[in-house]
Design a binder for this molecule. Sequence first.
Ligand SMILES: [Zn+2]
Length: 264
Amino acid sequence: KYGDLDRVYSINVNYSNIDDINYVVIWNNIVIEKRLRHFIRQYTDVRNFEQFLNLQRNAKYRKNQIDWYITFEYLKEKEGALVTSLWTSKRRRKKMQKLIEEIPTIEHCKKSLFDLFKDWKCPRCEKKKETFNHVWRCKSQKKMMMLIIKNSFEFLFKEISDLNCYEIKKEEFLKFFQEKTYCILSEDTDNLTFIDVIKGLFPLDITKFLIDIKINKDHRMALSVSFLEYVYDETFKIWEDRCEVEIKKEKAFRINRAKKMSTK
Ligand SMILES: [Zn+2]
């Protein structure tokens, strides 16, 4: 029936019987035993992860100072085995965007809309180029960001003390984080900074500390992920406010979607 190799045949699949069909999926001559959906996702995740680590700017992440397990738990979002709700997938996408520094900053927009944005600076200070790092380091946000950093570590402490099973003094706990590079909003090619934490990278140094002060594994993992979620939510407000300013500015300059499309 399907003998003509030059012809394209369509196949009608009766989906109600699909569970009864026996098939073996092979990839590079390896039989894929995992459930296919998980395999495909894992495969693309691993490939993306490799590319991500190999980026020049990410060299410092190859130096074993990140607790990848916590970072992946945070990126994954709590999703059921089969249902990915719209909300979790949107949040997951936003987390990934931050991780790869692909939020639509002015400098990012210049890549595709150079003519439109070539002279544009950060919409909040109007002085510096708006790069990914500048979004968090803009002078206009300094007070806010300092507060977020302080609150994040206090949040971590509160999460531990709310468990009511650890005797830890707040001052001693917070003292540990003094002078850590990952508590500072700097740009650094060798050390982790708070900007890396904003991207969802969890410093291994914190994990070691939590183990040292005898936080059990389940608690440690849950509160480490909550810490990253907290930083995500707080810094998301910074980005949202920035976008409001930018939208107003674009309106004032009569830049709208149609204009953007026509300059592309
Ligand atoms: Zn600025």
